[in-house]
Write a protein that binds this ligand. Structure first.
Ligand SMILES: C[S@@+](CC[C@H](N)C(=O)[O-])C[C@H]1O[C@@H](n2cnc3c(N)ncnc32)[C@H](O)[C@@H]1O
Length: 375
C-alpha cells in the first residue's frame, strides 16, 4: 500500500530527482533572499549614516543658524515658554536636544534651571561651548549625537527645536524621542508639548503663471515643448514659500498630530488622512498648502499658518500637475466637494525625507494620484 503523499502537490507528476533538485533550489532561493535582505539592511544603514553626515554638516554652516535666530516668532515662542516654566526649574535638570548656537540653553539657564544639558552633534558644538562659557551659564555641553547621550540621572524637562519644513522634514524628532525614552522622568515636561500638521486647498494663479504657463511662449518663441518638463520639475517637489492667505479655498484640516510625551517612532513612519474639501465652484484647485502649529504646554504657541506672522519655515505647497477646475457640478451652497486622501510615508532611500501622495476624486472627473518627494 502507498504511504501518505508528502510531496508538494504542485510538483506532483515530476520525477523524484527533479523534485529533489527544485527542493534544493528553493532552499538556495530562501538563502539568497535572506542575504539580499541583510544587504539591503546594511546598505540602508550606510545610506542613513551618509544622510546623517550631510545633515549635520548642513548645521555646521552659520547661515542656517542666523536665519533661525532672526526668526522672531520662533524665538518668542520658545523664550516665552522657557521663562514661564523657569521658576519651577530651580531644582531641575533640563536637556536641550540639538542646542546649535546655544540660544535655548542660555535662555533655560537664565530662567533658573539648576542644571542644563546641551547636546549638539554638529561641528558647531565647539562654538556652543564658548558661547555658554562667555555667558557664565551652568550648561554642560555634550558634543555627541542625542542617541549616544550618556547621563548619570533622569531629567525633568526636554526642550528641543526639532521641526523641519512641513513639520516632519529632517526627521529630527526621533533623536528627541531617544532622549525622552531614556532619560525623561515620569511626568516630565516636553517643550514643545504638542504639534499638528494642517492642510488646505489653494488656487495659486501667480505660481502657475510663473512656473508652468510661462513656458508656453517666451520672447515670442513657442516653448510649449518644455511645459511637461516644467510641470514635472516644479510640481513633483513640494515648494517651501509664503502663501498669501487669500489663495486658500477652504479652512485647514489637521492631517497629523502628536503629543510629544507619548508619540512613538511608528507613528512617524507613515500616516494617512481622508480629505474632503469644498472648493467654491468658481475657483480652481491648484494644490494644497501645509503648515504646522506647536503648543508649549499652555505657555505659548507657535503657528506657521499663512495667516500668522511669517517664520523661516514659511509654508509648504504641493502643486497638482493638473489643476482641477471648471465645468463643476456645484452643490447647493455653490461649492464642489473634492474627496480623497493624503498619505505620508518615510522616504525609502532618504532617511530624512518623506514621500507624500494625494488620491483625489472630483465630481465628473477621473480619480487621480499625485506624488511628491519631500527631500
Ligand atoms: C533646528 S536646529 C536648532 C538649534 C538651536 N536649538 C536653536 O534653537 O537655535 C537643530 C540643531 O540640532 C542639531 N542636531 C540634529 N540632530 C541631532 C542629533 N541627533 N544629536 C545632536 N544634535 C542634533 C543640529 O546640528 C542643529 O544644530
Amino acid at each position: 500500500m502507498d504511504g501518505p503523499d508528502d510531496s508538494d502537490p504542485g510538483l506532483a507528476g515530476l520525477s523524484p530527482e527533479f523534485q529533489a533538485m527544485l527542493g534544493g533550489l528553493s532552499g538556495h532561493t530562501a538563502a539568497f533572499a535572506q542575504m539580499l535582505e541583510k544587504r539591503t539592511k546594511a546598505s540602508k544603514e550606510v545610506e542613513k549614516e551618509k544622510d546623517d553626515e550631510v545633515y549635520l554638516e548642513s548645521y555646521a554652516d552659520l547661515a542656517i543658524h542666523e536665519e533661525m535666530l532672526k526668526d522672531t516668532e520662533r524665538v518668542k515662542a520658545y523664550r516665552t515658554a522657557i521663562e514661564h516654566f523657569g521658576p519651577t526649574w530651580a531644582e531641575a535638570t533640563v536637556v536641550d536636544v540639538g542646542a546649535g548656537t546655544g540660544l535655548l540653553s542660555v535662555f533655560i539657564s537664565r530662567a533658573g534651571a539648576r542644571k542644563v544639558v546641551a547636546i549638539e552633534a554638529s561641528r558647531l558644538s565647539h562654538f556652543l561651548k564658548k558661547v555658554v562659557e562667555e555667558n557664565s551659564c551652568s550648561v554642560e555641553v555634550h558634543e555627541c549625537l542625542a542617541e549616544d547621550l550618556s547621563l548619570p540621572e533622569k531629567v525633568d524637562a526636554i526642550v528641543s527645536e526639532w521641526m523641519g519644513y512641513c513639520l516632519l522634514f529632517e526627521n529630527m524628532l526621533p533623536s528627541v524621542l531617544a532622549v525622552r525614552d531614556q532619560y525623561l522622568k515620569p511626568g516630565g515636561l516636553m517643550l514643545p508639548s504638542k504639534c499638528r500638521l494642517l492642510l488646505a486647498p489653494i488656487q495659486d494663479d501667480h505660481w502657475r503663471q510663473q512656473k508652468v504657463d510661462f513656458w508656453h511662449r517666451v520672447q515670442g518663441i513657442d516653448m510649449s515643448p518644455l511645459m511637461p518638463l516644467a510641470t514635472a520639475s516644479f510640481c513633483g517637489i513640494p515648494q517651501h514659500h509664503v502663501i498669501d492667505p487669500e489663495k486658500i479655498l477652504a479652512p485647514g484640516t489637521c492631517i497629523f498630530e502628536a503629543d510629544l510625551h507619548s508619540v512613538q517612532l511608528a507613528d512617524l513612519e507613515a500616516f494617512e488622512r481622508w480629505l474632503s474639501v469644498c472648493v467654491p465652484s468658481d475657483r480652481r484647485l491648484d494644490g494644497f498648502v501645509a503648515w504646522f502649529e506647536c503648543d508649549f504646554a499652555g505657555a505659548a504657541t507657535l503657528s506657521t499658518a499663512p495667516s500668522a506672522a511669517a517664520t523661516h519655515w514659511k509654508q509648504t505647497a504641493f502643486y497638482l500637475r493638473q489643476p482641477i477646475g471648471g465645468c463643476w457640478v456645484a452643490r447647493k451652497d455653490g461649492g464642489v466637494e473634492v474627496k480623497g486622501s493624503v498619505s505620508f510615508q518615510k522616504h525609502p532611500s532618504f532617511s530624512r525625507g518623506y514621500q507624500v501622495s494625494f488620491d483625489l476624486q472630483a465630481p465628473g472627473r477621473k480619480a487621480r494620484s499625485e506624488g511628491y518627494e519631500l527631500r
